[in-house]
Design a protein around this ligand. Structure first.
Ligand code: ADP
Ligand code: ZN
Ligand code: ZN
Length: 837
């Protein structure tokens, strides 16, 4: 048997499968998806088996055997291996990079050098030397041993060991190992039924009180128990228990335990709710598709508070009833205890949770629960889409419009597209849920001339549960405030509304988006702005440390008192950061209790949860923060939501700015009045007439989507055309420009025959949307034209027709990498970029 193996070196030369022989001794263990150690040149590398076959084209004399198998159960399934291939083609990354992305960090390769017994045939003369004999038999008894251990054992024989290595009697080899070991814990095993313990009790001397207590406890509870737990319940030390084990009455040994991030937390079990009419209406087609094992993608557009989660929960129940598994994806930021509680509350121990705040060990154990089929439901952020389930019935993506579903490093995949592909492979149902669906998904629910059956099915919930009204939204024009002489960052109406909440002891959420509104330092005399010396971006002022910091490279400098350019003293920080809002709040409302949530206050593990719990327990009047406060939170006493400046997102030069503004305003407005108390929303803005602000204030997603789609269609932007962003960077501008231009010229040359062919094939009567279209914009300097001293240029490909464009760009990149290898020029390709920066 032969295996095709992809080795763990993400490089162009190794981006293909290599053939290896499967030795008979390993044939039971090697499967598609196995991780193996294989000889590669002088080294041993980790690799993934991607195919098994009975023949090979490689010369029988040259083919090498697989050295070892790393897991008894392969960490990847053959279905995930195919998905990896799809990702590498679609997003132009190395196949091994895609496969690695599917594994928890704990399973990334670790290489270790060890000593083994080498060639025994030669040089028999040495054999009678007792020293050598001892060393060789020591290594033999251990099978393999690290250099450290060997030298420790034979500390005086360093020279001899070296000699043995150089003559080949001992050999040094590289082994591939796991980075993570299973956690073990000492566990007490009483004899079955507590047999013999009564006798032991009698045998113990009278003063051995503690030991007797332990025995009595075990007689009453004759089950295996964790040592630490036993010590705690009976209040004895470890030595007491050990002495019982030494006498052979009980057994004490290490067993593997799972690290459980939610251990000790009791989740109150919930029963399915009686669905509302709207919920039943959207649940019926989902249930039907799940029950019929039919692959279908549903876009569930439900206003905030319409009860989407209950629809998810009941759909999962249907899936479990069918004996199938479900994956639930939520944005990292909404993986709050609240969300986890809702799923654990319904499905208990059948749920595994994966998010980035888990330690590597915890993550690994949650992941192993999946491979061992101890759980049926996974809830997690982005990478949970790779949960190694083999019988998926349902994949749910909540807040499907979130840009965090796009991974920003290689492999730069979009979770939504990967989910649809994976569901196709397993005949599973996909539910994409949002109050503000992405235009990409929305477009896929629409009929087109060339597409009588749209790829996605639209389901809509227009009402909040229990007919709770949507909160009224008031737009406040801040230009008008200024005209009236109000220079504060709070409009008069928002001020009054906060005051009222303080009076009524109700809570307020205030949103300030950090992006684009970070405080920068400017000289009022000459206009000088402090900039990062390595990146083309202004430095951000951090009040707590009185420092100026670069958000791209981390460069920091002390606050200046005098303008470096004109020596004026009128240099100070501008803009409205969350810190300044907090200060202003305490100035105008003395004694107000504010919780501030932004990147600065949520770096510590668990801080996010801590703040939210404090707010829920009403230890604060105001929750002030960045986008973090906009998502998925559900607090009964929040009756006021204020947006300090709606323009912060709108002013970012990106074609999705209007869409992001609409989404953000809708989401944050959705936090108000979700329960019995009526809510109210104030949106402060300098561009009150903008359609994204207007439609958001009327909770009118459909009109917004129609308006925005028209604009996108006219400009040829997504969802009507797709984009590939290619970014080049180098320390020298002239070389950078020359190379970028060469790339674009070559790209157009390579694309030409494809476009011609398409024109010939579909010369007429083909609807516009299905014709292949390929356009290159640029190269131009990137919006952030320098990061970490590297200048940046970019070009954008606009196209219709998926795979072909990837193929064209892929070919050009391959051509380019060969030419630019010496120049240290970096190139990065982003398919379906979320930001054109
Ligand atoms: P969404 O995710 O659509 O914003 P949620 O799922 O958070 O909305 O639901 C809003 C509130 O309505 C929650 O408190 C939830 O418990 C409640 N709810 C949902 N469905 C029902 C139902 N069928 N009957 C009663 N309450 C419900
Ligand atoms: Zn910088
Ligand atoms: Zn100045």
């Amino acid at each position: 048997m032969y295996a095709k193996v992809i080795v763990d070196v993400p490089a162009k030369q190794t981006n293909r499968a290599f053939d290896y022989e499967v030795p008979a001794s390993l044939s039971k263990w090697v499967e598609v998806g196995s991780r193996v150690g294989v000889p590669f040149g002088p080294r041993v590398l980790q690799g993934f088996v991607v195919e098994l076959q009975e023949q090979t084209e490689v010369d029988a004399k040259r083919i090498k055997p697989i050295q070892n198998v790393l897991d008894l159960v392969p960490p990847l399934t053959s279905e995930l291996v195919s998905l990896g291939r799809w990702i590498s083609r679609m997003y132009m990354c190395h196949e091994v990079t895609a496969l690695q992305a599917m594994l928890p960090a704990a399973l990334k390769a670790k290489y270790e050098r060890v000593i083994i017994v080498g060639d025994e045939s030669e040089d028999q003369s040495f054999l009678d030397m007792p020293d050598i004999e001892a060393i060789i038999s020591f290594v033999k008894s251990k099978e393999s041993v690290s250099m450290d251990v060997l030298l420790e054992h034979f500390s005086k024989e360093g020279a001899l060991i070296k000699e043995l290595l150089s003559t080949g009697r001992l050999a040094e080899v590289q082994l591939v190992k796991d980075r993570m070991n299973a956690k073990k814990a000492l566990t007490v095993f009483p004899p079955a039924g507590g047999q013999g313990l009564e006798e032991a009790l009698i045998e113990l001397p009278a003063r051995a009180n503690k030991q007797k207590e332990v025995l009595r406890y075990l007689i009453e509870h004759p089950h295996a128990v964790r040592l630490t737990e036993l010590m705690e319940t009976v209040e004895v030390g470890a030595s007491t228990v050990k002495s019982l084990a030494d006498r052979g009455w009980i057994e004490l040994r290490e067993v593997e335990v799972m690290r459980d991030p939610y251990s000790g937390r009791a989740f109150e079990r919930t029963k399915p709710l009686l669905l509302t009419e709207e919920q039943s209406g959207v649940f019926a087609p989902i249930r039907e598709a799940v029950a019929e094992d039919r692959h279908e993608v549903f876009l569930l557009h439900g206003v905030t508070g319409s009860g989407k989660t209950e629809v998810y929960l009941q759909s999962i129940q249907q899936c479990l009833d069918m004996g199938k598994e479900a994956i639930v994806l939520v944005p990292e930021i909404s993986l709050t205890p609240q969300m986890v509680e809702r799923f654990k509350g319904r499905f208990g121990d059948l749920v595994a949770v994966l998010h980035s705040r888990l330690s590597n060990g915890e993550r690994y154990d949650e992941w192993r629960k999946i491979t061992r089929k101890q759980v049926k439901v996974v809830i997690g952020a982005r990478s949970a889409i790779f949960a190694p389930f083999t019988n998926i019935g349902l994949i749910i993506i909540d807040e499907e419009h979130e840009s965090s579903y796009k991974q920003e490093e290689s492999p730069k995949y979009h979770t939504r597209d990967v989910a649809v592909q994976r569901a196709k492979q397993q005949d599973a149902v996909v539910v994409l849920g949002s109050a503000t669906p992405s235009l990409e998904s929305m477009e896929k629910t629409r009929r087109r001339r060339d597409r009588p059956k749209p790829p996605f099915t639209l389901l809509t919930m227009k009402e909040r549960v229990a007919s709770r009204p949507m909160p009224p939204v008031t737009i406040v024009d801040m230009r008008e405030e200024l005209k009236q002489g109000n220079r504060s960052m709070f409009s008069r109406s928002l001020y009054k509304a906060i005051e009222e909440r303080l009076h009524k002891k109700e809570q307020t959420v205030l949103l300030l988006n950090r992006r684009g509104y970070a405080t920068f330092v400017m000289c009022r005399t000459c206009g000088f702005v402090s900039q990062c010396p390595h990146c083309d971006i202004s430095l951000t002022y951090h009040q707590s440390s009185h420092a100026l910091r670069c958000h791209y490279c981390g460069y920091a400098e002390r606050e200046v008192k005098e303008c470096p350019s004109c020596q004026s003293e009128h240099i100070r920080h501008f803009g409205t950061g969350t810190q300044r809002v907090e200060e202003e709040l305490s100035k105008i409302f003395p004694g107000i209790r504010v919780i501030r949530m932004d990147v600065d206050t949520t770096t510590e593990k668990g801080s996010h949860e801590k703040w939210l719990t404090m707010f829920r327990e009403k230890q604060a009047d105001v929750l002030l923060g960045t986008q973090m406060v906009a998502k998925g939170l559900d607090f009964p006493d929040v009756t006021l939501v204020g947006v300090i400046a709606a323009d912060t997102v709108l002013n970012i030069p990106d074609f999705r700015s209007a869409e992001r503004t609409f989404q953000l305003l809708t989401q944050v407005a959705g936090r108000a009045g979700r329960h019995e108390k009526q809510g109210e929303v104030f949106v402060q803005t300098y561009t009150s007439e903008h359609y994204s602000v207007q439609y958001a204030s009327h909770h009118d997603y459909i009109s917004f989507a129609n308006h925005e789609m028209d604009i996108r269609a006219n400009l040829g932007y997504p969802p009507y055309q797709r984009l590939i962003l290619i970014t080049f960077s180098h320390e020298q501008v002239p070389l950078l420009v020359r190379m970028a231009e060469a790339f674009v010229t070559r790209l157009k040359e390579i694309a030409l025959p494809y476009t011609r062919q398409q024109v010939d094939l579909f010369s007429e009567a083909v609807p516009m949307d299905s014709s292949f279209h390929f356009d290159v914009l640029g190269p131009v300097a990137s919006p952030i034209s320098r990061i970490k001293d590297r200048y940046r240029f970019q070009c954008v490909v606009k196209y219709r027709g998926e795979e072909l464009a990837s193929e064209i760009v892929g070919k050009t990149v391959a051509w380019f990498e060969e030419r630019s290898a010496k120049e240290k020029l970096l190139i990065s390709v982003d398919v379906d970029p979320q930001y054109l920066m």
